[in-house]
Design a binder for this molecule. Structure first.
Ligand SMILES: Cc1ncc(COP(=O)(O)O)c(C=O)c1O
Length: 460
């Protein structure tokens, strides 16, 4: 860790008096608590000004996370900041709303009626940790029941899996077995995954859809491959679906795709509310097919402030307003509203990806027909600029589009990814395409650069 907690050497320790001393007429320390306070308007302006240096969220095509909610939703969230979700006895209605959301999602994902069990989480990462723990505890119990030692658990997942799964494996001492990617296949292969399983496999993770390129992993095929494995080798391996962000997309845009609790092997599903659930950052969801899929000794009965509530969470306190905003979206949009918005996002993604393909130097690796997300790489013949150059160039106009390398075995491949969200309107899409085309024309006419390849790698 940096010796002075992240402060750059030689950096000024103070915030200087600002607006020619009109607002602030004395310096404020930056890295220690000021002796006394200041006026709220002054501090508001000071911090707001500083945050102008951040990227513009409306032009952030990098993130999957919601960057716009409508004013009534924003107001409702602002009015419910004080709700602590763990205080169920004090805020029973917030707890009830969480329950309603869990039920709505369970039905959307075809959970067997009235049995599903679930909870809100802090985004998908917490949900994935909980899912992984349930798989591990479940495996441990079945190994012990068979009189075997349960010391070497492993989890099988595509090399494209999001970093939270690596975290899970490291924190909970589970061996990750990554199914390698190959040129043209940027997510798991069902047969390879099944071949990597053994009696110590706690589960297989299927991803809907992949963070790399927005493609859907073949969950149904994965389930069939694991059925075959069970009939030949006897291993009964559960599937967890990391449905970030497809859990909020597939039920509306691809309702016939079978990926969810319709498959008996799918024991749990997570999704973030803050991606295509269209809520600002901080909320996620996980549902188990049946209470038996969640080992009892993971559940804590919280006896606190007068109530006694079963909980399964990593955090104790957490904000309730994301859950409330999720419920707002459910009622405000309904099935038709989610469909309409997502269809529009998908149309925009297909349109922009087709224009990117027409430009010449690029090859699409996905086009937005699954998640409204697409990724592309440079054609092998293009060597006079890199996608890192292009990413920096369009940043000049404020567009944030990441360039990164693919994971192990394909790390020579650099891609760019665009996530189309609700606030990326047709007008914005046209502006983006024009800006991109200008930079591509300019960069294409340049001499090949000497360096600048190989920065940045896939991380989210
Ligand atoms: C497939 C997948 N799983 C999990 C996560 C982690 O989600 P969160 O950022 O909500 O913790 C992401 C984030 O991009 C993701 O794409």
């Amino acid at each position: 860790m940096h010796k002075n907690f992240g402060k750059a050497d030689g950096e000024d320790d103070n915030i200087a008096p600002t607006y020619a001393s009109r607002l602030l007429n004395h310096p404020l320390p930056k890295y220690e608590l000021p002796k006394s306070g200041s006026e709220p308007e002054t501090i508001y302006q000071l911090i707001k000004d500083e945050l102008q240096l951040d990227g513009n969220a409306h032009m952030n095509l990098a993130t999957f996370v919601t960057t716009w909610m409508e004013p009534s939703a924003t107001q409702l969230m602002a009015e419910t900041f004080e709700k602590n979700l763990v205080d169920r006895d004090e805020y029973p209605q917030t707890a009830e709303i969480e329950k309603r959301c869990v039920n709505i999602l369970a039905k959307l994902w075809h959970a067997p009626v009235d049995n599903a069990f679930g909870t809100s989480t802090v985004g998908s990462s917490e949900a994935c940790m909980l899912a992984g723990m349930a798989l591990k505890w479940h495996w441990q119990a079945s190994q012990e029941a068979l009189g075997r030692t349960a010391t070497k658990p492993n989890l099988v997942l595509g090399a494209n899996a999001q970093i939270c799964w690596e975290k899970f494996c490291r924190y909970w001492a589970v061996e990750p077995r990554f199914v390698p990617l190959s040129e043209g296949r940027y997510h798991i292969d069902a047969d390879l995954a099944a071949a990597m399983c053994d009696e110590n496999t706690i589960g297989v993770v299927g991803i809907l859809g992949s963070t790399l390129d927005g493609s859907y992993e073949p969950i149904q095929r994965l389930s069939e491959a694991l059925d075959e494995l069970q009939s030949t080798k006897g291993f009964d391996i559960p599937i967890h679906v990391d449905a970030a962000s497809g859990g909020f997309v597939a039920p509306f845009l691809q309702p016939d795709l079978v990926w969810d609790f319709r498959l008996l092997r799918v024991k749990s599903i997570n999704t973030p509310g803050h991606k295509y659930g269209m809520v600002y950052p901080g909320v996620g969801w996980i549902i188990w097919r049946h209470p038996d899929d969640l080992p009892k000794d993971l559940i804590f009965n919280v006896n606190y402030l007068g109530g006694n509530e079963p909980t399964f969470a990593l955090n104790f306190s957490k904000p309730g307003n994301g859950v409330i905003a999720q419920y707002y979206n459910f009622l405000r949009l309904g099935h038709e509203g989610y469909y309409r918005i997502l269809k529009q996002c998908q149309n925009t993604a297909l349109y922009v990806s087709s224009k990117v393909a027409e430009m010449g130097p690029f090859e699409l690796i996905s086009d937005g027909s699954e998640l409204p997300v697409f990724a592309f790489k440079l054609k092998d013949s293009m060597d006079n600029f890199s996608l890192y150059d292009l990413s920096s160039a369009i940043r000049e106009q404020g567009w944030q589009v990441p360039a990164y390398t693919l994971p192990a075995s394909l790390e020579q491949t650099v891609v760019m990814r665009i996530v189309v969200k609700e606030n990326f309107s047709n007008d914005m899409a046209h502006l983006f395409i024009d800006n991109l085309r200008e930079h591509v024309t300019r960069l294409s006419s340049m001499q090949p650069p000497s360096a600048s390849k190989g920065q940045g790698s896939f991380h989210h």
